[in-house]
Design a protein. Structure first.
Length: 576
């Protein structure tokens, strides 16, 4: 029997593209949904928000044109004008395209792949979330008959995920229990903050769910204190800071920062506040706060247990992102432990003390304390990838082998260090510019020259502070850096400079481990190609793959987790 997948909205008088499926019975659900090529008389484009065509493999919005396009919506000129737009590629006067609201990408063979609805995708706390993925997981729960997930503002004005759920007959809905169940299969940031039971979903006359008629969530019970209250003066002082940063009224002694809505931006704010009142390294502070002693190192964070397979060691990128690997840990195959190596102790250092080589030595000691002998499996995202490379070099120097070295969108700007030794001012100017090259170059030449001349007259500490203030005033810093105290961007600059310098120097001493590198489509569009040629850094094999999304998606997206799992499985087979 032949299976044909026909795609097309009503506005294109039904079918716009057609694809013959080769899925056999028992194959299971496919990872992507191909919708084929446009039929004769139709034109289909995958476009960016500015209506520019996107390269192969890059997701965008699907637009449809051609002879079968409807004229518009009856008696609704405003809606017609918003969704039927002028065709910038058409040769006929008055040609238009229909803005479908569907997300898709074009493969190199010309086949289109359907990725879902644009309005079903939201961005929350820096994470790109597909609401349908959460709904699909809810439907797998035995007592859930129907579910709908949306985003809503809580009592403090923060965006939170809400799940509206209808339970099966005679079944009592236990919201906290369902949230815990979701947490076993979904990343923390995809678990709804509130489960709202409903007798039925409100619907419009057309039969579609009326989202505007959904009841407003009751947040009064969502932040109940379920753990022991802080009892020492220092604990109470820190709990007060948590309350201010998280906008949560009551904080329990054993509450999890990320479970209460925390994310990396808020973590940086919290660390900056702590450092204004505590004159000690954060590691010492944690030791002082503990009511009971812990056996495990504060810098080695267990994210998943397992003994059957070698553990995966995941490297923090900047001192605030070790928790970024929690969602990856959920996707690991059974038997493989996952540890995060935290760099939180960086905040107790002066920025001039930051050294990739010294950090690698420290991390190797932690790794070998947990796993005395190789082969080792190491993964790093962003600047954590450079540190992962340094760790692999350190392990090989000690006579150990590295079976897997994964690098997620690791792209330090090393060009400055390849030709000659740059001046400190050149390093600062490069750091300020980073991925905002066009915006930086658009600043009048005399203003850029004045900045450089002023920096040249200042001492080292003043020079860095002046550069950060200048960059912050002109929105050249990330939101995290802008919100934090000046100490945080100083460390960010030092780590970026060290990573770039180390990568430029390491080309002369390649390692032997196999490298698995992943770039995001956002990086490829911005840079035009992979920013680093990883074959220069190892004598072993190198594989390079592309992940859909931006820099954050390289560590948080389900696609990234699948690709990492596949690469680890391939290495396991190769070692047999």
């Amino acid at each position: 029997m032949r299976w044909l997948n026909a795609y097309g909205p009503t506005e294109t008088t039904i079918t716009a593209s057609l694809c013959e499926s080769h899925i056999a019975p028992g194959d299971g659900e496919p990872h992507t949904m191909p919708i084929g090529r446009p039929l004769p008389g139709r034109s289909v484009y995958v476009l960016a928000p500015d209506l520019e065509p996107l390269p192969f493999g890059h997701p965008g919005e699907l637009y449809i044109g051609g002879e079968n396009l409807a004229r518009g919506y009856l008696h609704d000129s405003a809606r017609t004008a918003g969704l039927f737009v002028p065709d910038p590629f058409g040769w006929k006067p008055g040609a238009r395209l229909y803005k479908t609201g569907d997300r898709a990408l074009a493969r190199r063979d010309g086949i289109l792949e359907f990725l879902g609805r644009s309005d079903d995708q939201i961005k929350l706390c820096g994470f790109r979330i597909e609401l349908r993925e959460i709904e699909a997981q809810l439907y797998r729960h035995p007592i859930v008959q129907a579910a709908l997930v949306s985003a809503s503002k809580d009592a403090e004005g923060r965006s939170r995920l809400i799940a509206y759920v209808i339970s099966r007959e005679s079944e009592q809905l236990n919201g906290p229990k369902i949230r815990r169940w979701l947490g076993t299969t979904l990343p923390k940031y995809m678990v709804p903050s509130l489960i709202v039971p409903l007798a039925e979903l409100p619907r419009m006359p057309s039969g579609k769910v009326d989202r505007a008629a959904l009841p407003a969530p009751d947040w009064s019970g969502s932040t109940k204190q379920t753990t022991k209250a802080p009892f020492t003066s220092l604990q109470r002082q820190l709990a007060s800071m948590w309350s201010e940063v998280l906008a949560v009224s009551r904080i329990g002694l054993h509450d999890n920062f990320f479970d209460l809505g925390g994310h990396s931006l808020l973590a940086v704010q919290l660390i900056a506040r702590i450092q204004t009142i505590v004159d000690r390294p954060l590691a010492q502070l944690a030791e002082r706060l503990e009511a009971e002693p812990q056996a495990i190192s504060l810098q080695l964070v267990p994210l998943r247990e397992g003994r059957a397979l070698p553990p995966l060691f995941c490297i923090d990128s900047d001192g605030t992102h070790v928790q970024a690997y929690r969602s990856l840990a959920l996707s690991m195959e059974e038997g493989r432990a996952l540890y995060g190596l935290s760099l939180s102790h960086l905040f107790s250092l002066h920025w001039q003390e930051v050294s990739i080589s010294k950090l690698a030595e420290q991390q190797v000691r932690l790794i070998r304390a947990r796993q005395p002998q190789g082969p080792y499996h190491i993964l790093g995202w962003s600047n954590g990838g450079v540190l992962a490379l340094a760790i692999a070099e350190e392990l090989e120097r000690a006579g150990e082998s590295v079976a897997f070295l994964g690098l997620l969108d690791t792209q330090p700007d090393q060009a400055l260090y390849v030709a000659e030794v740059p001046t400190p001012v050149d390093e600062l100017m490069t750091y300020i510019r980073r991925d905002r090259r066009e915006a930086f170059d658009a600043i009048p030449a005399h203003e850029r020259k004045a900045l450089k001349q002023r920096l040249e007259t200042l001492a080292e500490e003043e020079r860095l502070e002046a550069a950060i203030v200048w960059a912050r005033e002109r929105d050249f810093l990330s939101p995290e850096e802008s919100e934090a105290s000046i100490g945080s961007p100083k460390l960010g600059y030092a780590l970026a400079r060290e990573a770039a310098w180390y990568l430029a120097a390491t080309r002369r001493h390649p390692i032997h481990a196999p490298i698995h590198a992943w770039w995001t489509t956002g990086t490829m569009v911005r840079r035009g190609k992979g920013p680093v040629e990883w074959t220069d850094y190892t004598t072993g094999p190198v594989s390079v793959d592309i992940l859909t999304g931006d820099h954050m998606d390289a560590v948080y997206s389900i696609q990234a987790h699948q690709r990492i799992g596949e690469a680890l499985a391939a290495r396991k087979s190769a070692l047999r």
